[in-house]
Structure formats: structure tokens, C-alpha cells
Design a protein around this ligand. Sequence first.
Ligand code: CTP
Ligand code: MG
Length: 225
Amino acid sequence: MPGISAVVPAAGVGSRMQTDCPKQYLSLAGKMLIQHTVERLLSHPAINTVIIAIGAKDTYFAQTGLSEHPNVRVVLGGATRATSVQAGLEAVTTQWVMVHDAARPCITHSDIDALITHAQSHDDGALLAAPVRDTMKRANAQGRVAYTVDRQALWHALTPQMFLTQTLKQALIQADDTVTDEASAVEAIGGQPVLVPASASNIKVTHPEDKWLAEFYLSQQEGKS
Ligand code: CTP
Ligand code: MG
């Protein structure tokens, strides 16, 4: 099938966020966080289906209304991010798939465009990434600096990450369930995904202060893509 599918893992509990509901259901600029994320994917012209993996005990998703959208499918996620992604991949019928965290609502269409261009010109796929800004230290067991790591070659791995569907499925079958991104699974089977520089606004809402930052970026991005 032509076009690209997007798998959105959304079965986490958001423990670091310390809120009553899972963070993907927090209200942000008038909408639930996951609504921002999924709408940005659905409105991209190259993406034809969004598959959302939700938790077995989820009592919030129904309120989003997202399951009524004709291009949305919903599947049951698993105990780890990797198993949630695997569940989503079962519903993918396109040759190419991108995986995007529900918790990254500020993703822009221009970053998605760059990802698609790079992914489709390499068999090993591609991921959005941001160069590390701070000086990086490796700690020893006593919490003291063992040495300074050269940050020139260090990147933060973001999402979306995009791969040939078959490659990613194969990689995740062989990967440890604890991998925290898809590129790690592809690397483990010998792949070298391309790092695509992305906007620093593509944050993952992880800690309480991130909510305000995400709201700021969303308001700045209003009307742009
Ligand atoms: N995720 C998932 N299934 C899991 C765990 C995580 O689908 N079993 C999803 C989350 O919902 C989130 C994305 O993977 O959209 C990135 O994970 P993370 O930011 O770690 O979210 P949580 O696991 O929910 O948060 P925390 O680690 O703080 O508990
Ligand atoms: Mg987590």
C-alpha cells in the first residue's frame, strides 16, 4: 500500500510526570496532549494511517474522540514501549512506517518532511535527532567525573523514527524488550540509521516542567507547520 503509516506508542503511565492521569491525557493549550500529537501526524499529506497503542487499563482514550477518525486504528499496547510498538506494527500495511511518541506534541511537518526524505534514501531508515549542547561527563560509581566525553559526535535520539516496515519488525523480534527507541533495535541487527537534525522544540513531555515548555512551543507554532 502506498503512503506511510505512523505508529504512536501511548500505553505508558507517565510515572516521571507525577500526575494523576497518564501524561498523554494532560490538557495542553485546550486539547489533550495526544490529540495535538496525532493531529499533526494525520494532517501530514504523506501519512495515511495512524495506529495508536493504548494501555489495557486505559480509561481516558475514549474521551479523545480519536478512534472515530477514519484514518486512525487503535491496538492494545504492552508492558514496555518496544512491545507497544510491536503491537502497532501488526496493523501496518504500508511498506514504510514511522514511530512517534505520543508524548511529543510539538513535532512539525518540516521535520517530518526531512525525516521522510532521508529515510527513503537509506535501507536502514532514519531518525530525528538533536546535537548534544552541554559538555558531557561520564560518571564513575562514586558519582565523580571519570572523564569528559567528546560531545561533537553525540546526539539525542528523538522521534519520529522511520524504517522499512519489514526491517523494523525483524529488528524488534530480535531486540531486547527494554530498547527505548526503534533505531537501537535496527542497530542491533547491524543497521546504521541516518541521524536527521531536528528542531529542539520536538521535546518529549517527561517531567512536570515540560508541560509549560510544550505549551509555549505549541503557541509559537500556531498557524505554521
Ligand atoms: N509507552 C508505551 N508503552 C509502554 C511504555 C511507554 O506505549 N509500556 C509510550 C509512552 O506512552 C510514550 C512513549 O512510549 O508515549 C515514550 O515513553 P516515556 O516517555 O518513557 O513514557 P512513559 O513510559 O509513560 O513515562 P515514564 O517512563 O515516566 O513512566
Ligand atoms: Mg517510560
